[in-house]
Design a protein. Structure first.
Length: 75
């Protein structure tokens, strides 16, 4: 129980700091946001693929993942 309470307190502290970073006003001289550039394309494609495969997993990919898990589990 003590570990759970400490974990909750630690997580709460992280969330408190994170919300301050994300939604507070930036200090003087620091602009808000950044311009889009081509280096962000792989990240955008990865996010798209993750969301897409969350709703639909092609049969070939499912077979590939099943074979990979069989190798790891040693069936």
């Amino acid at each position: 129980m003590v570990i759970v309470l400490l974990s909750v307190a630690l997580f709460g502290g992280f969330i408190y700091r994170l919300t301050g970073i994300v939604w507070s006003t930036p200090p003087e001289g620091i602009g808000q946001g950044e311009d889009w550039h081509i280096g962000q394309l792989p990240l955008a494609l990865s996010v798209f693929a993750l969301v897409w495969m969350g709703f639909y997993l092609p049969a070939q990919v499912e077979t590939l993942l099943q074979r990979a898990s069989d190798v790891v589990i040693q069936r």
